[in-house]
Ligand binder design. Sequence first.
Ligand SMILES: [Fe+2]
Ligand SMILES: [Fe+2]
Length: 226
Amino acid sequence: MANVAHATGATQAAGLAEPGAKTATRCSLDHPALVRLLQRAYSAERAASFAYIGHAASLRDPQAKSAVKQIEDDEWAHRRHVLAIMRRYGVPVSRWFEGYYYVVGKLIGVSCHVIGRFMPYFFAGKLESGNVCEYFVMMRHFHTLGITEHDAVLHEMGIKEKEHEVYFLAQIENCRWLPWFERVFAWGKNASRNDVDLARKHAVEDSHLYCANYHRSPSDDDLANR
Ligand SMILES: [Fe+2]
Ligand SMILES: [Fe+2]
């Protein structure tokens, strides 16, 4: 089992470190894949927020704007949750991931103004589809260390990413471009990168049933080795 400090009360129930709580000064998670996953998720959440800022700004409909703004806020919250977990174990923020995903997020945000209505929704949905499993894989890695206290917050974030995926798909499900893009990019009405079904959700304690066959793409693995 990992050598960890313990939070108390409500923050412990949520699986989060208390604000201002003493954190480990060196990484106490003996799990390189988990450490990289946390570091990447922390930075990628900011990239998603930047992308949604651009996406919301490119939309005219006030309701659509506020829905994307809400999703942006969810991603900022995820970044805070992941950072709290990282601090708990002394996991450092990766400068490489921070820089890389900063540029990626800004570029996507700007591109939303020039690529029309369909593509920002499509690629956001595809991205969210992959993000879902990242949190359930993270949970499984923690379990190999005997750590279950973050299960609730990881489950909540994984389900929230699924809600984002479903929302984005709903915005383009009747678009004539969707079948073509689905064939090329393997995401759409009949293809997803996760097996989460919001109509039949597993309880937190059964979350290990999710994403059993999930594999990240080769380009993700390249990044993870940085
Ligand atoms: Fe997120
Ligand atoms: Fe998301």
